[in-house]
Design a protein around this ligand. Structure first.
Ligand SMILES: Cc1cc2nc3c(=O)[nH]c(=O)nc-3n(C[C@H](O)[C@H](O)[C@H](O)COP(=O)(O)OP(=O)(O)OC[C@H]3O[C@@H](n4cnc5c(N)ncnc54)[C@H](O)[C@@H]3O)c2cc1C
Length: 65
């Protein structure tokens, strides 16, 4: 794919870059990812990647959100 064929170039292949690229591709854009390191060598690959409410208020509403 040449740069002329691209709609977007995403820099980075961690969770931020890959998620952005997938969202853009699902929206119909022609996307290419460029990264200094492959996904297996990112922080994202090694990190826990868990999410949950922590020290946020009001607890009852946060759980619904
Ligand atoms: C031990 C640990 C545990 C964690 N646990 C959690 C958790 O439980 N829940 C949570 O939400 N978060 C957690 N985090 C944080 C989370 O992992 C990071 O915030 C997240 O992975 C960052 O993703 P990212 O895509 O922004 O960056 P990265 O995963 O670091 O990816 C960066 C990408 O950009 C590329 N890049 C960087 N600079 C350049 C450049 N100049 N040119 C080209 N490419 C470049 C890299 O090669 C790589 O591909 C944890 C972090 C650590 C270290």
């Amino acid at each position: 794919m040449t740069s002329i064929d691209l709609d977007a170039l995403v820099v980075g292949a961690g969770v931020s870059g890959l998620t952005t690229a997938i969202c853009l591709a699902e929206a119909g854009l022609r996307v290419q990812i460029w990264a200094a390191e492959s996904p297996e060598r990112t922080t994202s690959y090694a990190a826990g990647a868990m999410w949950g409410p922590y020290l946020v208020e009001p607890v009852g509403r946060v759980r619904v959100w």
